[in-house]
Structures are given as C-alpha cells and as structure tokens.
Design a protein around this ligand. Structure first.
Ligand SMILES: Cc1ncc(COP(=O)(O)O)c(C=O)c1O
Length: 392
C-alpha cells in the first residue's frame, strides 16, 4: 500500500462504529466494568492495549496511534500532549543517572534546554556533536553513552545528518538512536528504514497542518517499545480526544498537502536564491546545498520550512522591521507546518559548531515556512517587503 492510501484508510473500522467513516471521539475518564470477572480481566491488560482507563486511551486515540505508527513504519506509537514532550519523555525513558547522551548541535532549542537543565540535574551528561559528524560519532561514544539523539534536518540551520552511518556506529556500541523527524513528517523520511529506534513527531506541525492543535507522537521499534511504554504509563501521558480528532483529520490529507508545501517551498527558495538582498538560501532540496546529496539519498521529499540569509547590509533591526512589519501574507510566529506562511529572524544557539559554519554566508538568518497560498502572491508580498527594506 502506498502512503496516500495508507493515510486515508489506516485506523478506520466503520462497521465497528455504526458504519461511520471516522473513528468515534470518546470523552472518557472512568471506564466501567460490568462484572467482577470483567474487571479482573481488564486489570490484566497492559495500559494502552485496550480501553481500560481514560488516561491510557480510547478507540479514537488508538486509531490515531495506529495511523502514525503505520506511516512512520514503526511498531507502536504513543501520544503525548506536545511535540516537546515527545522529545523529552523518550530521553527520560532510555537514560538513567550516570548515563551519557550525544545530542546534535542543531537540535530544537527547547530540547537543548531540557538536556542542559533537567537531565543535567538528574546526573545525565550531554555532549553536543556536529550534525555533519556521520560515522565519526564513534569517537564520542563512551561506555556510559546510552542515547544518540538526531534531528534531520535541524529546524533552524537545516543540516542533513547521515542517519544510517550514525545509527550503524551507535548500534555497534549498544546505543538507542532517537530522531526528531518532524521536518520531513512520516511521509518524507522513513526513520526505521534508516536505523532509527525511536522517532518523534511534533504532530502540532504538518500532521495537524492547520495551526490549531498541539500534540506529540513517539514511535518505536518492537525492541525499544517496552521502555517507552513503561515511561509513558508511569508518567500518565496521553493525547486529548478532541485534539486527536483534529490531528486525525489533518493526517488524512497529509499526502495531498505535503507535496504542495514542497512545491511552494521550492518556488520560493529558487526566487529567493536569485535576489540581491539574499546572501544564501538554506534548503537541502536545492541543488548546490551542502546537504543536497544526503537529502536525495535518504528523503522522499521536502517540507516547506527552510532558511535564507540576508546580505549583512540588510541585517539591522530597522531593516527587519521594514521587511516584516508590512507583510500581508506571512505571519511572525514560531511553530510551523500549518496551511499559512510564516517568516521570522532567528539566531541559532550552538555549543560546538558555530553558525554560520565555515563556507556559509554571514548575515541575519531568516526562517520561512511556506504555506499553501498561491506562490505568485507570496512572491509579490516578499518583493514589496524587500523594496521597503532597500529604502532604509
Ligand atoms: C523540530 C521541532 N520538534 C519539536 C517541536 C515541539 O513541538 P510543540 O510545539 O508541539 O511542543 C518543535 C516546535 O517548534 C520543532 O520545531
């Protein structure tokens, strides 16, 4: 079955639900047992395997977990209330005091904050590594290293990681490989075919797709699942039924929306690359980008989140205001993956590899998320913004 078919059919059981096309939404905390025998039988069920307690899930949330697992190509998925929790909880599940974590330097900022904060307080040491490290990750692995955390491409600087090479080395030393796979969504990178053990989706982004929900999903291999299940159960995580309903609605059209995001993103990237105000476009799907060959080898497509660098002459606060304040079609805000376009300046935090890397352009980094608008309109709006910026 192809992904577009899977996305429209997975998780549906109409004839268990009066023929309704979509899984039902249950608002439930208490789940009753009709008899003592049934109650005893329920007590033997592993939380999350059937509807036995509201926190652990209901048919609608199970259907969504099944759908994400099928698209990611993993064994099981568990939901939690934000994408950030989907990053932090697996770290808690696979690491203990005294362990060592290898964390990619281009990682999503709040994941970095968690590792430098709570994990450190718990006696778990983090070493940052260059996203372009590839198989040389082996030189950083110590006897106490338990997890290698990847995110590819990073959501600010878009370096593509050699996940298969990293996974091969990590596995030789018995480490778990985690990946924040939000940029590509489950459609454009298949983490488990490339050696990942635990894949993270901020459902908030492309799966939700409409900027109206926050949710996270963690998917694992069969071998990695028991540790996640225990942590998920012990911490009482869940996905709220109404948000799951919206996320499922988003997932059904993901295979139609994402190619349009990809196309629109490339149109804007190519237009930006030709502009005098732009020193460099940072988009792995553009030929000539340093990550392009790895992206071509491992990815099935590109989403529409990428960067561009303004020429240093246009990097003052006044230039940014002139460009951004008058835009009609681009919002200034974090998060991304919705149907609408966004544009913000960003200064990526780094620990071991400064940004810009050697060979990459100096200047203010802008992060653009290209939505589903007509690209002629998006270009006209940016063109007017650049004209305002030049007048400063
Ligand atoms: C790459 C990446 N992962 C995870 C998250 C966290 O998602 P959420 O906003 O749902 O916590 C974000 C949010 O911006 C992100 O960009």
């Amino acid at each position: 079955m192809k992904d577009a078919t899977r996305a429209t059919h997975v998780g549906r059981r109409p004839f268990e639900n009066h023929g309704a096309v979509n899984p039902p939404v249950y608002h439930a905390s208490t789940i009753l047992s009709p008899t003592v025998a049934a109650m005893r039988a329920n007590e033997k069920i592993e939380p999350g395997d059937a509807t036995t307690y509201g926190v652990h899930g209901t048919p609608g949330t199970f259907a969504f977990e099944e759908s994400v697992a099928a698209l990611e190509g993993g064994f099981r998925t568990r939901l939690c209330s934000t994408g950030l929790i989907a990053c932090t909880v697996p770290l808690l599940c696979y690491l203990s005091t005294g362990d060592h974590l290898l964390l990619v330097d281009s990682v999503y900022g709040p994941t970095r904050r968690f590792c430098d904060g709570l994990l450190k307080r718990m006696g778990i040491e983090t070493t940052y590594y260059d996203p372009l490290i590839g198989g040389a990750i082996r030189d950083l692995i110590r006897p106490e290293t338990k997890v290698v955390f990847t995110e590819s491409p990073g959501s600010l600087t878009f370096e593509v990681q050699d996940i298969p090479a990293i996974a091969e080395e990590a596995h030789r030393f018995g480490c778990i490989v985690m990946m924040d796979n939000t940029w590509a969504s489950p459609l454009y990178f298949k983490p488990f075919e490339h050696g990942v053990d635990v894949s993270i989706q901020a459902v908030t982004k492309y799966i939700g797709g409409h900027s109206d929900l926050v949710m996270g999903a963690v998917t694992t291999t069969g071998a990695a699942y028991p540790a996640l299940r225990e942590g998920w159960k012990q911490m009482g995580l869940n996905g709220s039924p109404d948000d799951v309903f919206l996320a499922m609605r988003g997932l059904r059209s993901l295979a139609v929306r994402l190619p349009q995001h990809w196309r629109n993103g490339l149109v804007l990237a190519e237009w930006l690359a030709g502009r005098a105000e732009v020193a460099e476009v940072v988009h792995p799907a553009l030929p000539g980008d340093p990550g392009h060959s790895l992206w071509q080898r491992d990815f099935l497509g590109a989403s529409s989140l990428f960067g561009f660098v303004l020429e240093p002459a246009f990097s003052s606060e006044a230039h940014l205001s002139a460009l951004l304040d008058g835009l009609e079609l681009y919002g200034m805000g974090a998060s991304w993956g919705g149907y609408e376009s966004l544009l913000i300046p960003r200064n990526p935090p780094r620990s071991v590899v400064r940004w810009p890397r050697p060979g990459r352009a100096e200047g203010q980094l802008m992060r653009i998320h290209v939505g589903l608008e007509d690209t002629d309109d998006l270009i006209a709006d940016l063109d007017a913004g650049f004209a305002r910026m030049r007048r400063i």
